[in-house]
Design a protein around this ligand. Structure first.
Ligand SMILES: [Zn+2]
Length: 731
């Protein structure tokens, strides 16, 4: 018998881990308790992706680079210190599940390196002494605590807990509202939210040690939010119910604070700490969640219902995907309510897996709904956050609920929940048939809760002669006396939905099947040269091959003629160059296609705003350069994947505002012939006259005397405050 099968039978960890018990019992027990990592196996799609996360990503993290910033201060970036703790947390989950020896060795090395880098007074940051507690320094200590506490939790390592305590002691001696203490709001970015998100591991430190000073510090942090200079998280959510109107709307930091608040609720039982996270969750789910279960545009919550999906819109920061899952998972644990379980499924099967390169475990920072994915193996916040989320999947799948067992995610695999073994056989998410074999240690009565997805039109569970029907969006409770080996045959319709595009894509359609959002991927559609000029005309979506579906449609050919054909749709989680939102048939243009269409666009100043894209052939969408600051020029740029021949350039003004949005001079068109070459002016938009009276989408054109070959194109001029662009086209 292998060790892992022994472990499986016992349902406990026999792998040498001395899991540390908490010193303080939670006041709130919660309703859903996930199955232990070690007491389960997850196969199928989720299992493959967890494997890619382990083998492709976690085992290849550059340990030396993770630790260097601590060993040789200052670190290479202001936030370089966050990655060690993020790694330890994600690796801890992956190791509990896999027992991978090489991963354990890597974790041990990073934990030891982190502890060794701590200064005598407890400081464990990457900043020089004279810049302590500025910028992202508290934030880095947050991730130190998260990593060290998690490592201690799974290994019982006393040195890691001692190092975490020294950090806590230093923080408690540094921050507070008594005389001589520092204001934590001024010690971090985003209205202090980056610093105050240390709330989460401070509560965990209190739970691990029982030391009341850490709880006092946590309470101070919650008070600090309501200081005049604070983010007012509690009062703003209470008054507006809206995350966009709370602090500066920074999604990752705000949700991290709310996760900390839920930890505080668990240990104190004070219900006011539960209300704000619930309010925020409702608002995000209703108004700020992409169809794929990601949130944030350029890392912020934006106006209600606005969900622009292009690459330039910086869709769904990976860190926000993790924080959203964390927030949702906490609420599921506390309440057991099915809406949380439903959103876990949406996010896992779409946004989270969609951000991962299944071939090598690389991850995207942003993951658009329209465009190209850019997964990387590098070190950045999102590439460190999302492996934590993928490694957490076993916690999200199944567990104990009330006195029974709950199935949250349908997946092939098995789990042991208390004394009940569950064996799940299914080809989900391709197929809606699931067989669950239920084996309690002995015959007994308890409820089995089956999540009935909100997207299904029909959900039946057959046990022996009984057939039960579930209501979409609820739990189906199967309460009976279970004999070991009883089988539940689930049949759920993998219903297809044609979803409307909302304010950003009026008239556009996306297709979902079962839990998966489908996309029109260039790889699968050689007969569709222009993805933005393809429309769905049929209403039947047929499965054609593994993970591929067809629907009748029409597309514009290279010869600029409309042609009826079958469009192939594939899961968003697998797509590479694709569209989720497909144009309505009456928007298919057969005009010459701009060579800029769907090439990579950018603006000269970060912090750009607007909705949509300048390369989407939709003049009604526009982007603008950032407001504020003085500069001589602003530009809108399109980078081509290969050299393009250009003879005519069209620039469409975006939108004029009372304080700007246009050029004060005559803007120029410039090209770059090769990558990195100097920009050459090829003409100017001679009849341009900027001002508040310009029409939205007003076009200006340059015809070149002879064609030029370019690798990039831009329009550049002197901004009136800031400038805007609806389209930059070239032919
Ligand atoms: Zn990030």
């Amino acid at each position: 018998m292998t060790r892992s099968s022994l472990r499986w039978l016992l349902g406990i960890c026999v792998c040498g881990a001395a899991a540390a018990a908490p010193a303080v019992e939670d006041r709130v027990a919660g309703r859903f308790i996930p199955a232990d990592y070690a007491a389960q196996r997850i196969e199928g799609l989720l299992g493959e992706r967890m494997q890619a996360n382990l083998k492709g990503r976690l085992l290849h993290v550059d340990d030396a680079r993770l630790l260097k910033g601590f060993q040789q201060r200052p670190g290479e970036q202001a936030w370089i210190g966050e990655h060690a703790g993020k790694f330890l947390d994600g690796a801890a989950s992956a190791w509990l599940y896999s027992e991978d020896a090489a991963l354990r060795q890597k974790m041990d090395g990073i934990a030891r390196g982190l502890v060794a880098a701590q200064l005598a007074d407890g400081y464990l940051g990457t900043y020089p002494d004279d810049r302590r507690w500025t910028s992202w320094d508290v934030w880095v200590h947050k991730y130190d605590l998260i990593g060290l506490l998690r490592y201690h939790e799974i290994t019982g390592d006393a040195a890691a807990l001692a190092a975490a305590r020294r950090i806590g002691d230093l923080l408690a001696a540094t921050f507070g509202d008594s005389p001589g203490r520092r204001d934590i709001i001024t010690a971090g970015e985003h209205v202090g939210m980056a610093a105050t998100s240390i709330l989460e591991p401070l509560v965990k430190l209190y739970r691990a040690t029982g030391d009341a000073r850490y709880l006092d510090l946590a309470r101070y942090i919650v008070r600090s939010w309501e200081q005049p200079n604070g983010p007012h998280i509690l009062s703003a959510l209470r008054q507006t119910g809206c995350v966009f109107q709370t602090a500066n709307g920074k999604a990752y930091e705000m949700m991290s604070n709310l996760v900390g608040l839920l930890e505080l609720y668990r240990v104190t039982g004070e219900t006011e700490f539960l209300e704000a996270p619930k309010t925020a969750w409702r608002d995000i789910a209703a108004h700020h969640l992409y169809i794929t279960g990601g949130t944030s545009s350029s890392e912020h919550f934006i106006e209600e219902g606005r969900l622009p999906g292009g690459e330039i819109n910086n869709v769904a920061e990976g860190c926000a995907t993790f924080s959203w899952l964390q927030l949702t998972f906490h609420l599921l644990r506390l309440t057991g309510e099915p809406q949380y379980a439903q959103e876990i499924e949406r996010t896992v099967y779409n946004q989270l897996l969609g951000a991962q390169d299944p071939a090598n475990g690389g991850l995207c920072y942003f993951t658009p709904l329209i465009g190209k994915k850019s997964p990387t193996p590098g070190i950045n916040c999102c590439v460190s956050s999302q492996p934590r989320a993928i490694a957490m999947i076993p916690q999200l799948a199944w567990g104990a609920m009330g006195e029974g067992v709950a199935i949250v995610l349908y997946t092939p695999g098995r789990a042991k929940v208390g004394d009940v073994e569950i064996q799940s056989s299914t080809a989900f998410p391709e197929d809606g048939r699931v067989t669950l074999v239920v084996r309690p240690a002995a015959k007994r009565r308890f409820p089995l809760y089956l999540r009935v997805p909100s997207w299904t039109d029909r959900f039946e569970a057959r046990i022996g002669k009984d057939t039960l029907r579930g209501r979409p969006g609820e739990w189906l409770e199967v309460r009976r006396e279970w004999t070991p080996g009883d089988a539940v045959e689930i049949r759920m319709a993998m219903s297809v939905h044609f979803v409307q595009g909302g304010p950003d894509y009026p008239g556009f359609t996306a297709v979902t099947r079962g839990p998966q959002v489908l996309a029109l991927d260039a790889r699968d559609n050689p007969g569709v040269p222009y993805l933005h000029r393809a429309a769905i005309t049929g209403t039947r979506v047929e499965k054609t091959a593994a993970g591929r579906y067809q629907v009748a449609g029409v597309a514009v050919t290279r010869e600029l003629a409309e042609k009826k054909l079958a469009l192939t749709l594939s899961p968003f989680s697998e797509a590479r160059t694709y569209r989720v939102w497909l144009a309505p048939k009456d928007r298919l243009s057969t005009a010459p296609v701009s060579v800029t269409a769907f090439e990579r666009e950018s603006v000269s100043r970060g912090g750009s705003f607007g909705y949509g894209s300048m390369v989407d052939e939709r003049p009604e969408t526009w982007i603008a350069t950032a407001r504020g600051g003085r500069r001589d020029s602003d530009s809108f740029q399109v980078q081509f994947s290969e050299p393009k021949t250009i003879q005519r350039i069209v620039y469409l003004h975006g939108k004029s505002f009372p304080d700007g949005g246009w050029f004060d001079d005559v803007p120029q068109a410039q090209i770059q012939r090769t990558r990195g070459a100097a920009w050459e002016t090829v003409g100017n938009f001679a009849d341009y006259a900027g001002g508040p009276a310009m029409k939205d989408g007003q076009p200006f054109e340059i015809r070149l005397a002879s064609p030029v070959s370019a690798l990039a194109l831009r329009v550049i001029g002197r901004p009136h405050g800031f400038t805007s662009c609806a389209e930059l086209q070239a032919y």
